[in-house]
Ligand binder design. Structure first.
Ligand SMILES: Cc1cc2nc3c(=O)[nH]c(=O)nc-3n(C[C@H](O)[C@H](O)[C@H](O)COP(=O)(O)OP(=O)(O)OC[C@H]3O[C@@H](n4cnc5c(N)ncnc54)[C@H](O)[C@@H]3O)c2cc1C
Length: 302
């Protein structure tokens, strides 16, 4: 039996491992893809304090290296089931079964995709799922943003401060997001709204050069020259396997406060999977630190 099982080796999980190992506890991280999670697929990161610029894979490597050098073990396995109210807690993967005194769930989120031609090919080369992260790379350029909720509206406003023109592509004629936010978007001179429109294709050679949109009412197509397409059509938490044991909010995120505690003793949630205001590297690291600290305190108190 290990002291702590951490599900997910993204920024939150790796940071939790650093804190747990430094507290003298044995830690196993279970990761279904690659360490770093979303960081590993980020092009360039420019908003982490004291690191003016670093590529995602480099940052992922550094956090992983730090956790590993402290003794954390990582196993590349998919968690399929967990008995979190049991003592010890039991976590089952596609390759085995683990017992632990405490569990931190840090399984992140996935970005909802458009599913159109060009999206996959230009990801990191003009297609982005994070305007806060990548907007500054398109300073003074014309860009498009797809979506109609609060994130898309906020991102459109954010992008309009750095880009020359922002084309907001929305599949309906009314925004899902807050009216006050939508009003601000409509008043912003350099935001042009394409209502009733969906993205048919993202085009380019080595990077994005245009986006082909289709009017859902008339069927008319337009090829709009842009340097980037930001996709803000939602995040998908993947917390279903825990839903009978841990409370989820209406969007499927774990309900937990800044202390990362859940109603189950010895079970903590950290990072993007948790209900929170801002999903970024720094907030994932913060949650990882809190959850690692709490897990260590729980084990020491047993
Ligand atoms: C393209 C892109 C660019 C970004 N750029 C920036 C930026 O510049 N600055 C910034 O601050 N933020 C940025 N972000 C957001 C930031 O990366 C995330 O907020 C942060 O990394 C979340 O960390 P996390 O550990 O909570 O989740 P994740 O990074 O999502 O990690 C969760 C991990 O859990 C694993 N996992 C999930 N389910 C299972 C399972 N059942 N079994 C085993 N493992 C599982 C996943 O494979 C993943 O590795 C960006 C995000 C993206 C997608």
């Amino acid at each position: 039996m290990t002291d702590i099982i951490i599900i997910g080796a993204g920024c939150a999980g790796l940071t939790a491992a650093i804190y747990a190992q430094r507290a003298g506890l044995s830690t196993i991280l279970l990761e279904e893809n690659f360490y770093g999670g979303q960081i590993a697929i980020s092009n360039e990161i420019e908003n982490y304090p004291a690191i003016p610029s670093i590529t995602g894979p480099e940052l992922a490597q550094q956090i992983y290296g730090q956790a590993e050098s402290l003794g954390a073990q990582i196993r590349f396995e998919t968690v399929t089931q967990a008995e979190l109210s049991a003592n010890p807690k039991v976590v089952t993967t596609n390759a085995g079964r683990y017992e632990a005194k405490t569990v931190i769930v840090a399984n992140g989120v996935k970005r909802r995709k458009l599913g159109c031609p060009g999206e996959e090919a230009f990801t990191g080369r003009g297609v982005s799922y994070c305007a806060t992260c990548d907007g500054a790379f398109f300073r003074g350029k014309d860009v498009a943003i797809v979506g109609g909720g609060n994130t898309a509206l906020e991102d459109a406003l954010f992008l309009s401060n750095v880009c020359r023109t922002v084309i907001l592509i929305h599949r309906r004629d009314v925004f899902r997001g807050e009216k006050a936010l939508a009003d601000r978007v409509k008043q912003r001179e350099n935001i042009k709204i394409q209502y009733d429109s969906t993205v048919s294709e993202i085009r380019g050679e080595s990077a994005v050069s245009s986006v082909l949109i289709k009017n859902t009412k008339t069927g008319a197509q337009q090829d709009l020259p842009v340097s980037a397409v930001f996709v803000a059509i939602g995040l998908i938490p993947e917390n279903e396997i825990f839903s009978r044991q841990l409370p989820l909010d209406e969007s499927g995120y774990f309900i937990a406060g800044e202390d990362c505690k859940t109603p189950l003793g010895g079970v903590f949630v950290a990072g993007d999977c948790r209900s929170k205001l801002l999903r970024q590297i720094i907030t994932a690291a913060s949650d990882g630190a809190v959850a690692g600290y709490q897990a260590a305190a729980y084990v020491n108190g047993l």
